[in-house]
Design a binder for this molecule. Structure first.
Ligand SMILES: Cc1cc2nc3c(=O)[nH]c(=O)nc-3n(C[C@H](O)[C@H](O)[C@H](O)COP(=O)(O)O)c2cc1C
Length: 207
């Protein structure tokens, strides 16, 4: 599938071929127009009932990025002597807001289809949608010729509440890192060997 975006001719399969979680970034800043286009994908993100519960906090300030890196801890994020969370010049905290889904699905048109009671949620759509938003952000970064990654921390709600002032009902699903790719030694074959085969993951006609 080909698409013409911002004057560039980009093949989805090329974006997919380049998609991976980078673990080294150059700290040099990214032009504001690019940051804005990447964050702007939120307006193209799907959401259950069009609840629009996803959100992004963009952080580019060096001091705040370093605070976030410190809060996440150095042990996993300094594989080659540099902390790649601190280095990544653009941080995007991606969050879900469950309360907007309950509000939306309590509106008259939704209640009319479910007999006056709130829908039974097959899975938490707010996290499904935040994950879809995360993937759009990572793909948009590649489309801009940049590298990206996504990292999480068990205590990220408290960390981002304290550092970025998230409202109580806004729950971060993780942190997207964006920037120019830095130099990192290639990942060892051990991880590649762990990639499951398509036949194990994709089922035809039935499981
Ligand atoms: C929800 C989610 C959370 C992740 N959290 C981390 C993380 O905390 N630290 C990290 O180094 N990588 C994290 N990753 C990256 C995965 O390790 C990575 O996607 C996986 O090893 C496959 O590699 P690839 O994405 O480069 O193909 C996360 C990925 C996802 C989707």
């Amino acid at each position: 599938m080909a698409a013409t975006i911002y004057g560039a001719h980009v093949e989805f399969r090329d974006i997919l071929a380049r998609r991976r979680m980078h673990r080294a970034f150059l700290p040099e800043p990214i032009p504001e127009e690019q940051v804005d286009r990447i964050a702007g994908v939120i307006r193209r993100a799907p959401s259950g009932g069009f609840s629009q519960g996803g959100s992004i906090v963009v952080v580019t300030g060096e001091a705040k990025r370093h605070e976030i890196a410190r809060a996440f801890g150095d042990e996993h994020y300094t594989p080659y002597g540099r902390n790649f969370i601190a280095d990544a010049p653009v941080h995007m905290v991606i969050s879900a807001n469950e309360s907007l889904y309950h509000a939306r699905y309590s509106e008259a048109d939704k209640l009319a289809t479910t007999g006056g009671v709130e829908v039974t949620w097959p899975v938490p759509y707010w996290f499904v949608d935040a994950g879809a938003l995360m993937m759009l952000v990572l793909a948009a970064a590649i489309d801009e010729g940049l590298a990206s990654a996504f990292v999480g921390h068990p205590d990220q709600k408290r960390i981002f509440d304290e550092l970025l002032g998230l409202p109580e009902e806004v729950v971060p699903i993780g942190l997207a890192l964006i920037g120019k790719p830095g130099e990192a030694p290639p990942t060892g074959s051990r991880m590649k060997e762990r990639r499951r085969g398509k036949e194990e993951l994709v089922h035809r006609e039935r499981w």
